[in-house]
Design a protein around this ligand. Sequence first.
Ligand code: NAP
Length: 302
Amino acid sequence: MTTEITPEITPEPTPETPAGTPTTRKTVLITGTSSGIGLAAAVAAARAGWHTVATLRDTGRADALLKAAEEAGVAGLVQVKRLDVTDAASVTGCVAEVVAEHGRLDAVVNNAGAGSVGTVEQQGMEPVRSAMEVNYFGVVELTRAALPHLRASGGRVITVTSVGGVVGQPFNEAYCAAKFAVEGFMESLAPVAATVGVTVTVVEPGAVASEFVTSLRLDVPAMLAGAGPYAPALKAYIERTTRSFAGAQSPEEAAAPIIAALTAERPPFRVQTSQWAGDFVAPKLADLDGSAVQGLTGGWVR
Ligand code: NAP
């Protein structure tokens, strides 16, 4: 059973409480909030009373976020900052700024990510490396930078992985490998972080109706024309995936378990964002919520 915690509500910083004065309102930093799950999570976190540092690699793309925050009546709790997860200086600089301004950091949500469709023989190495940079090294970089502050606050690391972080999917070698890497990293970190009061959660969506597919900018006819012996398999994969995205959940639905992980007293290590996602990973995972593995390895460090 989980218990909800209400963040302490205090006035926002004013000229009387200038930047640098520690606030008592809990502060969360979320990556990739220009659209989709990150945008929905930023608005929902603010609605839950958190001071929300909504980060984007291009702050010129914050309009949709700011409009949604305004409509939800929480614009005053959403602060936009630049953070590109592939740029180490922007990651460490952003964390330092947040701590300097608010005196605390209670949670990070590693949400930024990008897909990659193809097979390695034809893709070559560049997309494989680039999928790792965004989806894996970016997560490691931010987690590393945040941990000293999360130790101080008894905070949490929440990371959006994917059902593709558990089940490898055709033509998703680069993406799934990166998400598998994140899952392994977080599963290893969780018992160690627990010894210093930091909780770690991975959130696994299935198909979500976000900008995820559009951002891939796939030229399907050109891909099929260039796929050679893989063309029939690629065609079948694209047809099947198009059908599955017709039943995609909304970003708000996918963001709900993020907010639950942010506010629950004892968040699970692993959570799927829909029944479909749970059913999809279940054949592979005997340990759906991660409690069995955490119980197993937690004993090594206690
Ligand atoms: P989305 O709408 O495309 O959002 C992805 C976000 O990540 C965007 O804000 C994007 O910013 C940002 N981003 C990409 N590269 C970045 C970088 N280098 N630095 C900082 N931000 C960067 O897709 P989404 O579905 O909400 O994706 C959110 C997370 O869910 C990702 O980790 C994804 O892998 C995961 N996921 C999605 C699905 C799905 O079906 N949609 C399924 C499983 C898991 P720009 O606007 O600048 O590109």
